[in-house]
Design a protein around this ligand. Structure first.
Ligand code: ARG
Length: 408
C-alpha cells in the first residue's frame, strides 16, 4: 500500500487520463481506474482496461452503465423535457452524476481516500463531478490532475513518451468530443469562431439534412408514464430503443444543434451537438403531454422544466430542489401514456399524429360538426363575467377618453 492510499480515477483510455494514472502514482497514490460505458461510440472497453493496467493502475474496473444511465438519468430528463437554455438536451451533463455516484461506490468498496477525474479547470464537468461527489460522500477527496499539473500539450506528450504511454501518431481529431447514448457534444478548433459554419466532419451520428433520403419515414413511439417503451409496436428496453432511434433519426439528419451557451464557469462557449434520438423523443413526449395534461399543470411544469435543465447543467443533480421537481414531474407523468407518430424528414422530426387512452382532448367538445356537445348558450354568461374586471376598470379610468373619428 502506498503512502497516500487509493484513488479511483475516471478513466477514458485517452492521453490525459493515462498520463493521470502515472502522475497520481508519482504523487503517492495507488490508482484504481473506472471506465464507464454510457453508450459512447468509440469505446473499446477491453483495451481501455489493459491500457490502464499496463500504465500502472493496480486495478481497472470496466462497467456497462448504459441501462443505469438511461433509467436513472436520461428518462427523468426526458420526462422533464430536459434542455438547457431551451436548446441543449443535457447529454454530457447527465452522465456526470452517474460517474460520480459509481466512483463513490467503488471508493467505498475499495477503501479509497479519493476519486479523480481528467477534467480541465475551464469546463463544467469538473464542477459537476466534484459537487456530486461532495454531496454523496463529503469524506472523499477529489483530485483533478489535469487541472493541477500545469503541463502544456507538448510537455504532456513528452511526459507520456518518457513513461511509455502510447501517444497517438495519427492525426488527432480537431475537436473535443464527449458522447454517450443520449448524444454527442463537439467543441473546439474551427468551431470556436461562431461565424464558422460547422464542417461536416464534425458530425458522425447525423447526415447533412440535404443529403438525407427524399422519402420521409414515420416512426410510432409508445409512451407509458412518460417513458418510451416501444417503437413501431415493438417493445424494447431503453438503451435498445435509443440506439435504434439514433440510427433511424440520424439517417434523416435529425438532431443537429448549434449553440452558443452560457457556461456555469462564467463565459460563453460555442458547442455543436447531435442528438437524433433525444430530439425525436423530446418532441414526441412534449406533444403527448399536450394531449394528456391539464393546461395549468402544463404551464407549471414548463417553468420547472427550465429549472430542471439549469440544475442538471450546473451540477445540482443531487440537490433537494431537483428531488422536489422530480416528485412533481413524476406525479404528472402517470397520465402521459399513448402513441405519437413522428415524421423524420430532412433534418426535422415533426409530430404527425397522436392518440392516448388518457387523452383529455374531446372531439365532441372541439368539433364544428353536428355532433357538437359544447354548450354555446353558456358562452354568453361566461363572457359577461370573464370581461367584467376590464369593463369595470375602463369605466372608472378611461370613460372620458374617446377616439376621435374624423368627419367624413
Ligand atoms: N457544453 C456541454 C456541457 O457542459 C458539453 C461539455 C463537453 N463537451 C465536449 N465537447 N467535450 O454539458
Amino acid at each position: 500500500m502506498s503512502k497516500k492510499g487509493k484513488v479511483v480515477l475516471a478513466y477514458s483510455g485517452g492521453l490525459d487520463t493515462s498520463v493521470a494514472v502515472v502522475w497520481l502514482k508519482e504523487q503517492g497514490y495507488d490508482v484504481i481506474t473506472m471506465t464507464a460505458d454510457v453508450g459512447q461510440q468509440a469505446v473499446d472497453l477491453e483495451s481501455a482496461k489493459s491500457k490502464a493496467l499496463r500504465t500502472g493502475a493496480e486495478k481497472a474496473y470496466v462497467l456497462d452503465l448504459k441501462k443505469q444511465f438511461v433509467e436513472k438519468f436520461v428518462w427523468p430528463s426526458l420526462k422533464a423535457n430536459g434542455m438547457y437554455q431551451s436548446v441543449y438536451p443535457l447529454n454530457s451533463a447527465l452522465s456526470r452524476p452517474l460517474i460520480a455516484e459509481v466512483m463513490a461506490e467503488i471508493a467505498k468498496k475499495e477503501g479509497a481516500v479519493a476519486v479523480a477525474h481528467g477534467c480541465t479547470g475551464k469546463g463544467q464537468d469538473q464542477v459537476r463531478i466534484e459537487v456530486c461527489t461532495n454531496a454523496l460522500n463529503p469524506e472523499l477527496a477529489v483530485l483533478a490532475p489535469v487541472r493541477d499539473w500545469h503541463f502544456s500539450r507538448e510537455a504532456e506528450m513528452e511526459y507520456a513518451r518518457a513513461h511509455g504511454i502510447p501517444v497517438q501518431a495519427t492525426h488527432a481529431s480537431p475537436y473535443s468530443i464527449d458522447d454517450n447514448i443520449w448524444g454527442r457534444s463537439i467543441e473546439c478548433g474551427i468551431l470556436e469562431d461562431p461565424w464558422n459554419e460547422p464542417p461536416s466532419d464534425a458530425y458522425t451520428l447525423t447526415c447533412e439534412p440535404h443529403d438525407a433520403p427524399d422519402q420521409p419515414e414515420h416512426v410510432e413511439i409508445l409512451f407509458e408514464k412518460g417513458i418510451p417503451v416501444a417503437l413501431d409496436g415493438v417493445r424494447m428496453d431503453g438503451p435498445a430503443l435509443i440506439d435504434k432511434l439514433n440510427l433511424q433519426a440520424g439517417k434523416h439528419g435529425v438532431g443537429r444543434i448549434d449553440m452558443l451557451e452560457d457556461r456555469l464557469v462564467g463565459f460563453k462557449s460555442r458547442e455543436v451537438y447531435e442528438c437524433p434520438a433525444a430530439m425525436t423523443l423530446i418532441t414526441a413526449h412534449r406533444a403527448l403531454e399536450t394531449l394528456t395534461l391539464d393546461k395549468r399543470v402544463l404551464a407549471a411544469k414548463k417553468e420547472l422544466e427550465v429549472k430542471f435543465g439549469e440544475l442538471t447543467y450546473e451540477g445540482y443533480w443531487f440537490s433537494p430542489l431537483k428531488d422536489a421537481i422530480n416528485a412533481f414531474i413524476d406525479e404528472t407523468q402517470q397520465y402521459v401514456n399513448g402513441v405519437v407518430k413522428v415524421r423524420l424528414y430532412k433534418g426535422m422530426a415533426v409530430v404527425r399524429g397522436m392518440k392516448s387512452g388518457k387523452s383529455i382532448y374531446s372531439e365532441t367538445l372541439a368539433t364544428y360538426s353536428e355532433n357538437d356537445a359544447f354548450d354555446h348558450s353558456a358562452a354568453v354568461g361566461f363572457i359577461k363575467i370573464w370581461g367584467l374586471p376590464i369593463k369595470t376598470w375602463r369605466q372608472v379610468h378611461e370613460s372620458k377618453e374617446a377616439i376621435e373619428i374624423p368627419a367624413q
